[in-house]
Design a protein around this ligand. Sequence first.
Ligand code: DX5
Ligand code: ZN
Length: 220
Amino acid sequence: MQPAVIAPSILSADFARLGEEVDAVLAAGADWVHFDVMDNHYVPNLTIGPLVCKALRNHGVKAPIDVHLMVDPVDRLVGDFAEAGATWISFHPEASRHVDRTIQLIRSSGCRPGIVLNPATPLSWLDHTLDAVDLLLLMSVNPGFGGQQFIEPVLGKLGEARRRIDAAGRPVRLEIDGGVKLDNIGAIARAGADTFVAGSAIFGAKDYAATIRSMRAAIG
Ligand code: DX5
Ligand code: ZN
């Protein structure tokens, strides 16, 4: 298994002070910046786009930026995010008309591709994609909002995804997103995740460093 990655979701940051907030979580020990893009079409909420990604790079953010696209259609935004400095670009395959084309587009634009499966979206989407992606993100809430409750049956799905990744024999990251807290992150790690998105659990805490340290201890 690859070393654990903690990726705070800036959805729960104070957007009026976004640059400082990102500097603060990175100084507190976060590995990646999780960047939630919502379009009021694929999901019933509207957030941030490539301009904000670019602004973080211009601000001096060097850490990997993990762009989670909750948009439909997908392809038109891939180049914009690559130019804006995205490191990872993940998308929901039901939102793309040509899933393999989108994966190739992400890779050829210099980013690392990931696919995202909602809580009720089956792992069979991996049948013809797992060999082409570098990351699988399992949603443990329905996408659209921070601060929701972790959907427990996703733990079993994580275990199954871990087996499929190990059988494939490539270093594909297994990321979990939604409702990740100090009190469940240990169980989530034991179920097979190696990459942990946490929004409200980190940005809602007073001490980012203490929270991230406790999360790492719970992951073990
Ligand atoms: C939800 C987003 C998540 C969200 C997680 O659609 O993809 O990244 O910010 O927030 P928490 O950790 O508060 O559930
Ligand atoms: Zn996300």
